[in-house]
Ligand binder design. Structure first.
Ligand code: MOS
Length: 700
């Protein structure tokens, strides 16, 4: 085969999704709709108490109902290994480790699975199942008095500190000492969690909606003590994930039932069940103390974040960590604490830590700018760190000031009068605000295989997951460039654990991580093709494993940065806040597909509107459960709430040490977005809103 010559780069040009047609025509099958012969349906039964024990599960009456095949619960379910550590280095969320004991640690804890011939029969029987409990008092009050708060390391250390905070605060010309709160927020991807499990020729075959087939397969292997070669997890199309789609109750339930019945079993979470089974973002209480010289230079920065977790698992929402990359100060302290309550375990949710943390930090910076009489952008530019404020490492690149410059120009910041409460248009007060965004650009090891087919096309196989981000299309473009061919000649197959280990869609690391593995395999394949005379009928396949390359990457602070701008109108008669426009300018390395990248960034900013103005899950102290655990009771921004949003980026020259040059864009869009809106509300009204969401009743 002759090597193709003149090649026009595909990376950087807009491409519609390669699976877009399948998705809009319904040809793309999601986990809950793939047909199977002999399929049985499981329905989870969740606890109606928030703390206590199961006394008895009255299965007899339910087993006599039409179509019911079995009821699994703590007395008859198989024992599993809950003591293992998964691919992310953490044990499984106990809410997914089904039916192992009689304890109930939160409302919505799975107590049984009813399996029947049809979904309707399973649901009918599940709702009829009587479970007796021994109820104990529960504590769900957050924050309350919390002497039991303790620091927890999550994916980052709990506490960092340097310098004498009190001394620097005392010596500061301008000081801010404020508390911010964010509410409990819930995962609501369009596609609820769903899995079908079956035993097929001695192998466990699972069709699932998840963020990583490797992740889920590994979890099932370890939970059920299976041979890794005997487990296959497929997840071809996923309707959103955002951190919630890992190992969860639905897959475990489906595997238990498929094993018990020896036939395929499907378990789907209802929207309501997701509020206790899918994980969520913990509420936070954050205290920020800033001290600056008269010229705005930070002498002291303290960010303390308290979140809640369950009594059975320590999950931390590291809100205080965002300051570790954004700003330095002579005295710098960040700390993340958790309290254990009788609630479900929270989990990762788009920009875990950075989303609520940036609200507090970037709103506090705005308060400091007001106190010091310095423009909020100028304040941030003056505090651009030379090196990682905590790590001491050099930055690969640090284009936050450039993002602010470009954003300010396009937003019209120069014309802004900094004084609050001055602009009025009928019953509306108008204001503008800004905030910084940053998100780490991490990478993890993955494997990939690229095959040159005899017909001149190429097949990429990688256990990547496209949760709606456009990852499949991005990998097609990356592979095409590495192969010096056209994207039309490349087919990318993803979402299958049989393709070998790959990292999950998370931490904004997916495309960077998978792209690295695809580039490695495709690059080597291209060299092989130059040397080979012809491609044999079975094709030529090259496999890559980036474990060593990722480990060898030079240690630097690698981050995407961004500048968020918002204009709001506040109705003085109703307290309603409407966002009129938003602009986000980002520096996120090489942008692979401008079309889907813009969608990711605008999506994140839209979620920021939702976070600032709408989202809030409220628990009833009496039952320990939610008021309105559905999309009627839990408000998210809808089309009418979302104005014209512009997201764009700088052409960021990439770090010479970095072989990929791609940074993540999945999460940075939400970072700083709520702060920009809150800062704009202050500018409109002269009142600081330190409690999200900024509801009309709080504004009035
Ligand atoms: Mo995201 S919270 O890393 O899925």
């Amino acid at each position: 085969m002759t090597a193709p010559t003149a090649h026009r780069s595909s990376v950087g040009t807009a491409h519609t999704r390669v699976e877009g047609r399948d998705k809009v025509t319904g040809a793309a099958r999601y986990a809950g709709e793939i047909p199977f012969a002999e399929l049985a349906h499981g329905w989870l039964v969740l606890s109606t108490i928030a703390c206590g024990r199961i006394r008895s599960v009255h299965t007899a009456a339910v087993l006599a109902m039409p179509g019911v095949l079995t009821v699994l619960h703590h007395e008859n379910a198989p024992r599993v290994d809950s003591g293992h550590v998964g691919v992310l280095g953490v044990p499984p969320d106990p809410t997914a480790v089904l039916f192992q004991h009689d304890r109930v640690p939160h409302l919505g804890w799975p107590v049984a699975l009813v399996v029947a011939e049809t979904s309707e029969q399973a649901r009918e029987a599940a709702e009829a199942l009587v479970v007796d409990y021994e109820k104990e008092p529960h504590d769900i009050a957050f924050p309350g008095e919390r002497p039991d708060a303790h620091p927890v390391d999550g994916h980052v250390p709990a506490v960092t500190e340097k310098g004498d905070l009190e001394a620097e605060l005392a010596a500061s010309a301008a000081v801010v000492d404020v508390e911010y709160t964010t509410p409990e927020e819930h995962h609501n991807p369009m596609e609820p969690h769903a899995a079908t499990a079956r035993w097929d020729g001695g192998r466990l075959d699972v069709f699932d909606s998840n963020q990583g087939s490797t992740w889920v397969a590994d979890g099932l292997v370890k939970l059920f003590s299976l041979d890794p070669a005997s487990v296959r997890v497929r997840s071809e199309h996923v309707g959103g994930g955002f951190g919630s789609k890992g190992v969860r109750a639905h897959q475990v339930a489906a595997v238990m039932a498929a094993t018990a019945l020896q036939r395929p079993v499907r378990v789907v979470m209802t929207r309501r069940q997701m509020f206790s089974l899918a994980g969520y973002r913990s509420p936070t209480t954050q205290r920020v103390r800033l001290g600056a010289d008269a010229d705005g230079r930070l002498r002291a920065l303290e960010h303390d974040c308290l979140n809640l977790t369950s009594t059975v698992y320590d999950f931390v929402e590291p809100g205080a960590a965002v300051a570790r990359a954004l700003y330095d100060a002579d005295a710098h302290r960040t700390a993340n604490h958790v309290v254990r309550l009788d609630v479900p375990t929270p989990t990762w949710m788009r920009a875990p830590g950075e989303a609520p943390g940036s609200f507090a930090l970037e709103a506090a910076l705005d308060e400091l700018a007001e106190k010091a009489g310095i423009d909020p952008i100028e304040l941030r530019v003056r505090n651009e760190p030379e090196r990682g404020p905590v790590s001491g490492l050099p930055f690969s690149d640090h284009h936050l000031p450039a993002c602010f410059r470009e954003g300010a120009r396009r937003f019209g910041w120069a014309e802004r009068d900094p004084r609050p409460g001055l602009r009025r248009e009928g019953r509306w007060l108008l204001g503008t605000g800004t905030a910084a965004a940053s998100f780490p650009a991490g990478a993890a090891p993955s494997t990939a295989a690229v095959t040159a087919e005899a017909d001149g096309t190429f097949t990429v196989r990688i256990a990547a997951s496209d949760i709606g981000t456009g990852a499949r299309t991005a990998l097609t473009l990356i592979a095409a460039d590495a192969l010096r061919t056209e994207p039309e000649r490349v087919r990318v197959r993803i979402g299958d654990s049989d393709f070998g280990p790959a990292f999950l869609a998370g931490g904004s690391m997916g495309t960077r991580t998978w792209g690295w593995a695809v580039m490695a395999a495709a690059g080597e394949l291209r060299e092989r093709l130059v040397a080979e005379a012809a491609v044999p009928p079975e094709g030529i396949t090259v496999r890559s494993d980036t474990t060593q390359a990722v480990a060898a990457l030079a240690q630097k602070e690698r981050h995407a940065f961004g500048a968020q701008f918002a204009e709001v109108a506040v109705d003085v008669t109703t307290g309603e806040v409407r966002v009129r426009r938003m602009l986000g300018i980002f520096a996120a390395g090489r942008i692979v597909n401008p079309l889907t990248a813009r969608g990711q960034l605008v999506g994140g900013m839209t979620w920021g509107i939702s976070m600032a103005l709408h989202e809030e899950a409220v628990r009833d102290q009496v039952t320990g459960g939610h008021y309105g655990a559905d999309l009627a009771g839990y408000h998210v921004a809808t089309h009418a709430d979302v104005p014209h949003i512009e997201a764009d980026w700088l052409d960021e020259a990439t770090d010479a040490d970095d072989p990929v040059g791609i940074k993540g864009i999945g999460e940075i869009g939400i970072v700083g977005a709520a702060a920009a809106i809150a800062n704009a509300v202050w500018h409109a009204t002269g009142v600081r809103h330190r409690q999200l969401p900024i509801r009309p009743d709080r504004v009035l």
